[in-house]
Design a protein around this ligand. Structure first.
Ligand code: GLN
Length: 503
């Protein structure tokens, strides 16, 4: 097995046991990225020098007989909205095109103290607004499984980097689906943790009450390992909760057959009336059969408020929070400078007009209107009230249920350029992901199989708050049948379930 095909645990074990060095791992991954990056463009910044230095330090520690940590020498890609001390962090925007943060996000501090090395900063939709990575000021990213298609977004670069085998894991952020949707499009695992479980300190905010950082991996065990490291209370994030979710517990019987006995899995009644691309509908049917055979009890729940109001409500709240969060980018403290402005107002105008792209501007305008004193009661405040109803509806639904099985998206990844044109369709396609953020729930996106054209097909498990580990337990059982996700450039033929129809 080549180093690029290894998962997080295998890389770290190899480095700690001196089977290969961290520098060797880094160079192999770099070689792989240099081979494919001109086609995929997953990264905004490749941190070759910093990464190699960090790898050399890991090797020094191993040589001295010290333990560099559970992620010894594991190269990691971070979405470019996570601050990295001394390394450009752009949030996919021109306005931060040359910004070098003076501090690092808590997640990166935790990963690097566990021995991880920085591979690069991933491309993303500008300020995480979008679902194709096409709104990045740095150009689009391609889906490694079909270069003419989008990788999803907004964390498309992180998902594509893992799917292309540059690194065995990456971090993304999910405000309304931005980890789970690209994970599904790129055929890897993506977890949106319970809100408050992972620190947001150093994450460039989009919608602060919805944003959450989470991992992309190619195995469930890796997902548990990364979560064990990053799911920590952080006094620097006032919404970080000291709740203890123990990811170090065993995931289940490794060698046993798939066992879902006692797990109560629900399907959402209202969702069943909505159209899905045939391979996704097929995947849902197969997964229900598989889970039933493995002993799970399949039930049905109703989410009428979620299915009717979540999309409108989410976009009202997300835009309102975004317009406040983005007010700080004015050319004074950081970011683009206005060379020719004659006064303060002119400077703001110039910096923000040139610095923000069209999607970001439209959301700032929407957020400004929705929160104006005369309108805010009718729109923003109303949306927050509906949000409470959404959270309550989920809470009630979870009384007799461990997890919901549902699609991630209604359709498979579309062609680059084409999908961005239909903005309303893009917003509506977030129906299966964004309610999870509205209620602060965890959601796991997992790869079920591939279409005959080798496009990955994913589904999603959603659980009550703090049930993140339980979702991984279920995912671990399913992995026994579905196999681990592969990287796109390693497989001549995908040997897992393939689906009829689709692309
Ligand atoms: N597509 C959604 C949006 O544009 C979700 C994005 C995200 O999760 N960051 O708001």
């Amino acid at each position: 097995m080549s180093i690029c095909e290894m998962n997080v645990r295998q890389v770290a074990a190899g480095v700690r046991e001196k089977k290969f060095s961290a520098e060797e791992v880094f160079d192999k991954c770099l070689e792989r990225a240099l081979l494919h990056e001109n086609k995929v463009t997953a990264l905004i910044t490749m941190t070759a020098d910093t990464g190699r230095e960090q790898a050399a330090r890991v090797d020094e520690r191993v040589a001295k007989g010290e333990d560099p940590g559970p992620l010894a020498g594991v190269p990691v890609i971070l979405k470019d909205n996570m601050c990295t001390h001394g390394i450009r962090t752009t949030a996919g925007s021109r306005i931060l095109g040359r910004w070098i943060p003076p501090y690092s996000a808590t997640v990166w501090k935790l990963l690097s103290s566990a021995g991880a090395v920085l591979f690069g900063k991933a491309n993303m939709d500008e300020f995480a607004m979008g679902n194709t990575t096409g709104s990045s000021a740095f150009g689009p990213t391609s889906n490694p499984w079909d270069l003419s298609r989008v990788p999803g977004g907004s964390s498309g670069g992180s998902a594509a980097g893992v799917a292309a085998g540059y690194t065995p894991c990456a971090l993304g952020s999910d405000t309304g689906g931005s980890i789970r949707q690209p994970a599904s499009y790129c055929g890897v695992y993506g977890l949106k943790p319970t809100y408050g479980l992972v620190s947001r300190y150093g994450l460039i905010a989009y919608g602060s009450s919805l944003d959450q950082i989470g991992p992309f991996t190619r195995s469930i065990e890796d997902m548990a390992l990364i979560m064990q490291i990053i799911a920590r209370h952080d006094p620097k994030d006032s919404t970080s909760v000291a709740e203890n979710v123990d990811f170090s517990l065993p995931l289940g019987d490794k060698d046993g057959s798939i066992g879902l006995k006692g797990k109560r899995i629900a399907l959402v009644k209202e969702f069943q009336g909505f159209t899905l691309d045939p391979p996704i509908a097929d995947a849902m049917k197969r997964m229900v059969l598989l889970m039933e055979e493995a002993g799970a009890e399949i039930t049905e729940i109703g989410l009428p408020v979620v299915s009717r109001y979540a999309v409108a409500c989410y976009y009202a709240i997300a835009a309102s929070e975004a317009h406040t969060n983005l007010a700080r980018f004015d050319g004074v403290r950081c970011g683009l400078e206005a060379a020719s402005a004659s006064g303060l107002k002119e400077m703001f105008e110039e910096v923000r007009s040139k610095g923000f792209g069209p999607e970001v501007k439209s959301r700032i305008i929407a957020g400004t209107c929705l929160t104006e004193p005369v309108r805010s009661e009718e729109y923003y405040v109303a949306a927050t009230r509906v949000r409470t109803l959404i959270a309550a509806e989920f809470q009630k639904a979870f009384e007799g249920v461990d997890a919901i099985l549902q699609p991630v998206t209604p359709s498979l990844p579309g062609k680059i350029g084409e999908v961005d044109e239909d903005v309303m369709k893009g917003y509506e396609s977030d129906l299966y992901t964004l309610p999870v953020n509205m209620a602060g729930l965890p959601g796991l996106s997992f790869r079920v199989g591939y279409t005959s054209a080798r496009l990955p097909v994913g589904l999603q498990l959603v659980g009550p708050r703090w049930s993140d580990k339980n979702l991984l337990d279920i995912g671990f059982e399913l992995e026994k049948v579905l196999g681990v996700p592969q990287s796109a450039f390693d497989t001549a033929a995908c040997n897992t379930t393939s689906f009829k129809g689709g692309n």
